[in-house]
Design a protein around this ligand. Sequence first.
Ligand code: ATP
Ligand code: MN
Length: 538
Amino acid sequence: MNNSKKNSESVSLISYGITHSNIHYQLSPSQLHAITLEKKMGKEASSGALAVNTGEFTGRSPKDRFIVKDAITTDNVWWGDINIPFEPSNFDVLHEKVIAYLNDKELYVRDCYACADHNYRMDIRVINEYPWSNLFAYNMFIRPTHEELKHFDPEWTVINAPGFRANPEVDGTRQHNFAILNFTRKIVLIGGTGYTGEIKKGIFSALNFILPFQKTTLPMHCSANVGATGETAIFFGLSGTGKTTLSTDRSRKLIGDDEHGWNNENAVFNFEGGCYAKVINLSSESEPEIFHAIKKGALLENVVLDENGTVDYTDTSITQNTRVSYPIYHIENVQRPSLGKNPKNIFFLTADAFGVLPPISKLTPSQAAYHFISGYTAKVAGTEAGVIAPIPSFSACFGAPFMPLHPAKYAEMLSQKMKNAEVNVWLVNTGWTGGPYGVGTRMKLKYTRAMINAVLNGDLGLYDYDHYHIHSVFGVAQPRECPGVPTSVLSPRTTWNDDEAYYTAAFKLTNAFRENFKKFEAFASEEIRRGGPQRYAF
Ligand code: ATP
Ligand code: MN
């Protein structure tokens, strides 16, 4: 469908119903940067990056993410409180209202695409109300070449109107903000929120529905990198567990930061063209690659700057979820194009705030399937006065909010691919050690990196009794030694100095695993169930 006229400088949006707008097409990052400053919508940081506040929302709003229930989705989406249905007629009315709202605005339009493997390429047109949101689209999606742009035919459209407010009483939304996927019309409609993550996660969710049907390609919420000998590693994990941090490693080439496909031609490909890193407590010492990627072209969100434009990364007065987006080429060591062979190692990252999971352990295929379906991490509440107990958090496939199909579909595909590729799967606790949140401390980044490098360099010793200890509660294989990591750190029980308290906490967590797994029991094979923890409290 070629539903719009364009040349390299301009585009007509008449076919979208937008008639009178002042439209800026395909502006460069520096133009968008300059316009944002001119309109006083952002500030320039001393590093040259643009810094904006995203407004009321500084994170995604999962309760306001809907999928239009239509002929394509009705029988295929796993409906519930994650994939919330939306009436097609409500969508049509709301869509018209958003278009009317945008019709007298200056707009920023970008043509770009997702999926570095051209067999899966999805051409996208992003229509933004704000110039800086369009810079985000430049940074995060793949940038077509001049030649590719000549024949560009957008398949999906993202319509992004942060200033528009829905009226829940008549529009069918929960409140004034919304992000709605429409598979029939191929539109991601976002309103009432300026949080940029909704833009990329909208397209990710669409791909997560489409790709499993196309040549059984598995979409994954993971980062990926490749070593000097060409061996790929991928890192699954929920928000804040370390996907971005750990995949950005100077000794390995970065394939991608957050979203990948694993195709049937034995390759992993990045969906995106950029990275979206958390910057809370960022320092040039501990994370030099990310720190130095924050230069002209990068877009900082919700950070606090002093009068000289210096960012205080420890300041969380706006949000804990301070972020930066930058195009992947801001990182020095990257794989071009963003493709890798079948992974040799898969890491499941979890930030266990109970401090009971081993910092690294090897999983059997059963355990890998069980942990993938469970998708465990822990949430720590605010860091203000008083210690607030952590909450276990389970999110199937380490990304339930973006997975429209039943988790079993993704889990089956992953199990099959893991078997074919003979990969090793590791569970890595990037969370607490020496006790739970409030008592212990977060695992040192340098230790986690050392453990991962030991796996990737083959330095962990043979997988046998001499080198591994089977954890009595979780049943996972814990290495006894690891170069660069004090031996005591490898055993969480030892770091606690209180066996009884440790086991009490461990059983609490295994009970939470069991409780969560109940909803998957009906379809889980005996093999998958065997992968759960070995002991529970009664
Ligand atoms: P998202 O899905 O939201 O993008 P993510 O999995 O990419 O999340 P990161 O952005 O890598 O998560 O965030 C991990 C945070 O935890 C970073 O701020 C990092 O500095 C911090 N951190 C502290 N200790 C560790 C550790 N041992 N391993 C990994 N990250 C750690
Ligand atoms: Mn990330």
